[in-house]
Design a protein around this ligand. Structure first.
Ligand SMILES: [Fe+2]
Length: 390
C-alpha cells in the first residue's frame, strides 16, 4: 500500500467513531473485478486463495482514484482518507472503536433475490440460498479485512463453517434471537464464552437490504468511564477471574462449556488490552455461586452496557467494523417489520453479511498493545450468535 501523507481522517464525536466514504469510481472498478474473479472461484470455498489478489485490487482501485485526473476533489479526498486509515490500521497505529464506510462495494440491487422457501440451510453454491446472484460483497469484505492484516475466522458450529455469515430472519424464525431470527440481542463483546486466544478482534458487517433495523454499538471508552463512576473501588474486581462465561443454549455446541475469566485484561504496563462483557445474564455468572459481590458487579455491568447504546441503521452499501477487543461492545435491535415483511417478496429479507476477524500473527508481532496476551490461535471459533445447522 502506498504511503499517504497530509490527510486527517474525520472523527465523529469523542469516542473514535470514524466515518469514511468509498469513492464511487473505485467501488465500480473493484466490484467488476470481484464479480469477474468469483465467476470461476466461489469465495466460500477459495477465500484463502483469493484474499491477497482482492486486497491488492482494492488498494489499487483506491490508488487509481487518488492519482486520477477525471475524478472530483471529494472523490480524491475520500480515497486518500480511506487508504491512509487502512494503512494505519494495518500497522497497528490506529484502531477506530467503530469504523463506518459508506458506498462500500456490494452486489447490485438487481442481483438480490427473495427469501428462499427452505428456512434451514445456507448453501453458498445455491444463489437462491445465499440470497443473491454473485459474491461482490463477500469479496469486498475479504479484501478490506485482508488489507488491514486481519484473518477471517470460521467456526464449524456457526452456519456450517461459512466464512461469511448471513444475518437475516428466516421464515418461521422471526421470534428467535439469532442470526437467523429477528429477536433482540443484549449488548455484548463477541465470543465471551471462548478462551481468550479464540476471541475475535474484529467484527465486520455489510448491509445489502436493510432500511430500518438498527445495529447497536457501545464505545468501550464510555463503558469504562461509567463503570469507574458506578463501581468505584470495585472496578478492580473486573480484573479478577471471578466470572464464568458460557455459550448459552442457542449456540450450536456444548452449552455446559464455558470459561472462568476476568472482564478486563491488562498488559505489563497496566494498559487495558481486551474486554469480555455480556449484558445477557444467561451467559455470565459468578465463578463461585456464593460470590455475591461478583453477582452485583455482573448486574451493574449489564445495566451500564444497556444504558449507553448508540444506534446506526446500516443501509445498502454501508460497511461497519467494530474493534471487538478494546473498541466497542455491540448488539442488534429487533429487526423492523419493514425489513422482514413476508408479503413483499423483494423486501422480505434483512440482508446483512458478517465476517469475524482476528489479527494475523505478523500484525500481532508489531502491535505493542498485544503484550502479554496471545491472539494468534488459528484454529477455533468466533461468534456467539447461534447457528443454522445444515
Ligand atoms: Fe455479536
Amino acid at each position: 500500500m502506498p504511503r499517504i501523507a497530509g490527510a486527517v481522517p474525520r472523527m465523529l464525536g469523542r469516542f473514535s467513531i470514524l466515518q469514511l466514504r468509498f469513492p464511487e469510481p473505485a467501488m465500480v472498478e473493484f466490484a467488476k473485478y470481484a464479480d469477474d474473479l468469483s465467476r470461476d472461484r466461489n469465495p466460500y470455498h477459495h477465500h484463502q486463495d483469493m484474499k491477497f489478489a482482492l486486497a491488492y485490487k482494492m488498494n489499487q482501485s483506491l490508488d487509481t482514484v487518488l492519482r486520477g485526473s477525471e475524478v472530483s476533489t471529494q472523490e480524491r479526498d475520500d480515497a486518500r482518507y480511506l487508504l491512509q486509515t487502512m494503512e494505519r490500521m494495518r500497522d497497528g497505529l490506529e484502531e477506530p472503536a467503530v469504523l463506518i464506510i459508506n458506498g462500500f462495494p456490494v452486489d447490485s440491487k438487481e442481483s438480490l433475490l427473495s427469501t428462499p422457501s427452505d428456512p434451514t440451510g445456507y448453501d453458498p453454491d445455491k444463489k437462491e440460498d445465499r440470497g443473491k446472484e454473485g459474491f461482490v460483497t463477500e469479496c469486498a469484505m475479504l479484501a478490506f479485512n485482508t488489507a488491514i492484516h486481519q484473518d477471517v475466522v470460521t467456526n464449524p458450529n456457526v452456519q456450517g463453517g461459512l466464512f461469511t455469515h448471513h444475518l437475516s430472519p428466516r421464515k418461521g424464525m422471526s421470534g428467535v434471537a439469532s442470526n437467523a431470527g429477528a429477536g433482540f440481542f443484549p449488548v455484548h463483546i463477541e465470543g465471551t464464552h471462548l478462551p481468550t486466544e479464540e476471541m475475535v478482534d474484529g467484527l465486520t458487517l455489510t448491509a445489502l437490504k436493510n432500511s430500518r433495523s438498527p445495529t447497536i454499538y457501545v464505545p468501550i471508552m464510555m463503558i469504562e468511564q461509567k463503570l469507574r463512576e458506578e463501581l468505584g473501588e470495585r472496578f478492580d474486581m473486573l480484573l479478577e477471574p471471578r466470572f464464568k462465561f458460557v455459550a448459552g443454549v442457542a449456540y450450536n455446541t456444548n452449552s455446559d462449556s464455558g470459561v472462568i475469566e476476568p472482564m478486563i485484561y491488562t498488559d505489563d504496563k497496566g494498559n487495558i488490552v481486551r474486554w469480555r462483557m455480556n449484558a445477557n445474564l444467561d451467559k455470565v455468572s459468578p465463578a463461585d455461586p456464593k460470590d455475591k459481590e461478583a453477582g452485583e458487579v455482573i448486574v451493574k455491568v449489564a445495566e451500564v452496557l444497556e444504558s449507553l447504546k448508540q444506534e446506526v441503521v446500516l443501509q445498502y452499501g454501508d460497511f461497519l467494523r467494530i474493534n471487538n477487543a478494546t473498541g466497542a461492545a455491540h448488539s442488534r435491535a429487533p429487526i423492523h417489520p419493514q425489513d422482514s415483511n413476508p408479503n413483499d417478496p423483494t423486501n422480505n429479507r434483512h440482508l446483512l453479511r458478517q465476517q469475524t476477524m482476528r489479527s494475523d500473527p505478523e500484525r500481532q508481532s508489531q502491535d505493542p498493545k498485544s503484550d502479554g496476551i496471545s491472539v494468534q490461535s488459528a484454529e477455533g471459533i468466533s461468534i456467539d450468535q447461534p447457528t443454522q445447522s445444515k
